[in-house]
Design a protein around this ligand. Sequence first.
Ligand code: MN
Length: 501
Amino acid sequence: MDFKDLEVWFVTGAQLLYGGDAVIAVDSHSTQIVKGLNDAGALPVKVVYKGTANSSAEVEKIFKDANNNTKCIGIVTWMHTFSPAKMWIKGLQNSRKPLLHLHTQFNKEIPWSEIDMDFMNLNQSAHGDREFGHIVSRMRKNRKVVVGHWSDPKVQDRIAVWQRVAAAWADAQNMTIIRFGDNMNNVAVTDGDKLEAEIRLGYHCDYYGIGDLAEYQAKVTDGDIDALVAEYDKKYIVADNCKKGTANYNQVREAARIETALRRFLKDKGAKAFTTNFNALHDVNQLFGLACQRLMAEGYGFGAEGDWKTAALLRTMWVMAKGLPGGTSFLEDYTYHFKGEKSAILQSHMLEVSPEITAQKPRLEVHPLGIGGKADPARLVFTAHPGTGIAATIVDMGNRFRMIVNNVDVIEPEAALPKLPVASALWIPQPNLEIGAAAWILAGGTHHTSFSYALTNEYMEDYADIADIELVTIDKNTTVNSFKFELKVNEVYYLLNKSLI
Ligand code: MN
């Protein structure tokens, strides 16, 4: 997944009413805008200008070409002059790529002393884009509308967000999620309709027995293990009782064996995400903690206990955030710290937290694990750094997928946690624990989340629009009363709007 291999197409709506010269000027302005957007350096994905569209047939051809072009992850539209919007109907009916409507104008300011009717006819996006907007709304098509001058860094940042989301969406359309074992028995929230998830979100789940991984494990050589253990030595603070010649050294080597086997397995299957189940380990020495942590940091989605939806969402959020400061990780709501307005949730898991979310050099340790009945697993231990982020999840409500997003403030723990043998993050959900946790529970949110420091609500909003799924956000403005109302309104919306079910 490399943003450099992708493109978004830029299409300018125009018409021939004002003569050939006007279209030539529009074309020149569009070329300059696209060059300006690309040269600014703010966009991760190249913008490719596809010319002016002056008729229904031209619009339709561009949308159909976009559908068949694997590099094209989305279309940006802009109406330079008045573009009668009936000519966009057939194109929009064929539209299958994410759409961004850039409501801009070539000229930044009104040239007060020079302006005449010719200038106005050439710079009339203010009403041309409204005409276009009407037909997109009339056809109930989701799109992002970005308003402002194209040279404004704020405008470019909003386009960049959408590009990253569109890239993650394209990535998800052929996402294979490997599941070792099934979901943990009797657990409800991690389960869901895999068929509907593939139809709507692109997620494809394949099942493998842990024995399939054991076969890969058998082919790992001592040399492979030596190389990986040497890498651990360099990157982490290895606990004294895990070093060569000590009691736990062999468990570190077994962890390296599993990691090597797992990475090869995922690569051979073309998988982008995977799940584990601590109850189904059989021929594997230990629950794979260290391998999950390191593979997450490489961009593999991960969900524990068979949680394929979180695994997939984590991969998607990792792609959105690729190259941005801040990390992304699987986390689980574990333990509360009740302390008035500073009440917080300790986030952790049995082992599997990505080292992307810490500023510390992780410690490599081996400790017993009370469940699963296997040998002591290796893991990286650290504390997440303070900062703001978002925690997200997708749940299956029976007639639709609901994405829940909560803004959270990660804080420094009051004291060290010397006896906690796993990585952790301490956060206060916005607006506070009392309201944040109540709203999350009312929405039916998971105990597993996909967390990111790098992403903002705008990313998740763009994603939910493209995927056409329900989105509820819990942030500093949330009240329980208004949130309940939103859930009820959404219930009616999805019951009435059968096309979204
Ligand atoms: Mn769990």
